[in-house]
Design a protein around this ligand. Structure first.
Ligand code: UDP
Length: 464
């Protein structure tokens, strides 16, 4: 046999797992990161995407594209979102079976599909061609538990008054404002609410549910969910060099839908004192209202701390010339940054965040105290956990995002950057950082769950 034939035999003998992700930065990153973990443990991986992706970090990941009409992608009106969700569902339902079967023809039959939990139709499509699926949640397990109560009607959010609290098994006492924003009566995004509920469609037919979290972080709720489905916590799904360091050179997710201004950020941070910088970012999607941008800007400036603020180009017009001029000495404003490198930098003392689940896990993994300014979706629930359960952050202002003042911003920066509050937050943050590293290290809770899943891929005990 020729060398090429040898290689083909070798590759074909590897079990093959396919991933399909919802086409958003915060969904693609943890799935691709997890796929790198599987590759490092001898699994062949194909990532199916509808977005044009350039995965730089691992040449060993195969990419397949499903083309869908992206005319309405990225638009924020409720109608455009609904239209896009429908197009996505049709495109994937029609094309995924073909993509899976193509792998068999090429000698790499797919053993499992790991699908974004928001895409139950991907499970239906893969089961049609005999491939079992695992749902992958890119939000916390607490958030899935809350959605489940709404789905089961054990939580009637419509009857809740503004000041009510809810008691749900395995969760802390939650105020209405701590629940994911789509549950709020005023939510205009009914399509997104439906999307969250759809996660449960046919979920009992999946092999199980994976979470980008770890047992030590969400043990109680993970236990509760385990009575309903097979639960696998496999996170934090963050590049290995920031955690267990077992994947050599794995310092970034390996893909970015935005272009980071890495060199400028690190050079600027290198010149700053230890713990002297507030890092500010609201993720890849949030659009802040003008008043809020103004108050954050002047609050940061008045705090007299250094700050590195990610303001995406589409948001830049909300910054005044006067602020840009006056903050030039102490502030760096960029379109996008390498967030993990920034959070890991000695100069960064705290993180003002919108509490997206990836940002939350990244800050926890790197032991950085937070100031929470949740905007929408699951961020409100993540903020509740950061402040009241894990105690690694402070609220800028209790549940009143529209009327945050510059004084609130300045006060929260001072609380997180100096004094006894900072000490308490930092101590808790460092404890969680150790736990996150432990979970991903050899024999840790997440590592063990990943190994158990690999055993299932190699020697399946269940069928579709
Ligand atoms: N991120 C980044 N650079 C930035 C801002 C964000 O690399 O300047 C990354 C961040 O590290 C995280 C992701 O973008 O992995 C944002 O995901 P998250 O779930 O926090 O929020 P979303 O963007 O989905 O609202």
């Amino acid at each position: 046999m020729s060398t090429m034939d040898d290689e083909k035999t070798l590759v074909s003998s590897k079990p093959h797992v396919m991933f399909i992700s919802f086409p958003l930065q915060g969904h693609i990153s943890p799935m691709v990161q997890f796929s790198k973990r599987l590759v490092s443990k001898g699994i062949k991986v194909t990532v199916v995407t509808t977005t044009s992706l350039d995965i730089t970090n691992s040449n060993s990941i195969n990419i397949e594209h499903i083309l869908v009409d992206t005319t309405s992608q990225g638009k924020s009106s409720a109608e455009a979102i609904d239209e896009y969700l429908a197009v996505l569902e049709t495109g994937i339902t029609e094309s995924l079976p073909e993509v899976i079967e193509k792998q068999t023809t090429e000698g790499w039959p797919v053993k499992f599909l790991i699908y974004d939990a928001l895409m139950p139709y991907a499970l239906e499509a893969s089961q049609k061609v005999g491939v079992q699926g695992v749902a992958f949640c890119t939000h916390s397990s607490a958030v899935l538990a809350i959605y489940y109560h709404v789905y089961q009607r054990t939580l009637d959010f419509k009857s809740l008054e503004e000041s009510s609290s809810v008691t749900l098994p395995s969760l802390p006492l939650l105020g209405v404002e701590d629940l994911p924003s789509y549950l709020n009566e005023m939510n205009p995004y009914t399509g997104l609410f439906t999307l969250c509920m759809k996660q449960f469609r046919g979920l009992e037919k999946a092999y199980g549910v994976m979470f980008n979290t770890f047992e030590e972080l969400e043990g109680e709720v993970v236990n509760w969910l385990s009575s309903k489905w097979k639960i696998m916590t496999i996170g934090p799904s963050v590049p290995s060099m920031f955690l267990d360091k077992r994947l050599a050179d794995d310092r970034d997710y390996g893909l970015s839908l935005f272009k980071p201004e890495g060199e400028a950020c690190i050079k600027w941070l290198d010149e700053k004192d230890t713990d002297s910088v507030v890092y500010v970012s609201f993720g890849s999607l949030a659009n802040l209202v003008q008043d809020q941008m103004d108050e954050i800007a002047w609050g940061l400036l008045n705090s007299e701390c250094n700050f590195l603020w990610v303001v995406r180009d589409t948001e830049k017009s909300k910054l005044s010339e006067k602020f840009i001029e006056e903050s030039a000495d102490r502030g760096l404003i960029v379109n996008w940054c390498p967030q993990l490198e920034v959070l890991a930098h000695d100069a960064v003392g705290s993180f003002m965040t919108h509490c997206g689940w990836n940002s939350t896990l990244e800050a926890l993994s790197l032991g950085v105290p937070m100031m929470v300014l949740p905007q929408w979706t699951d961020q409100t629930t993540n903020a509740k956990y950061i402040v009241d359960v894990w105690k690694t952050g402070v609220r800028v202002k209790a549940h009143d995002k529209e009327s945050i003042t510059r004084e609130d911003i300045t006060k929260s920066v001072k609380d997180v950057m100096e004094g006894t509050k900072r000490e308490e937050l930092k101590t808790n943050a460092l404890k969680l950082k150790e736990m996150a590293i432990e979970a991903m290290s050899e024999g840790g809770s997440s590592d063990k769950n990943i190994d158990d899943f690999i055993s299932e891929i190699v020697n399946p005990t269940t069928s579709t």
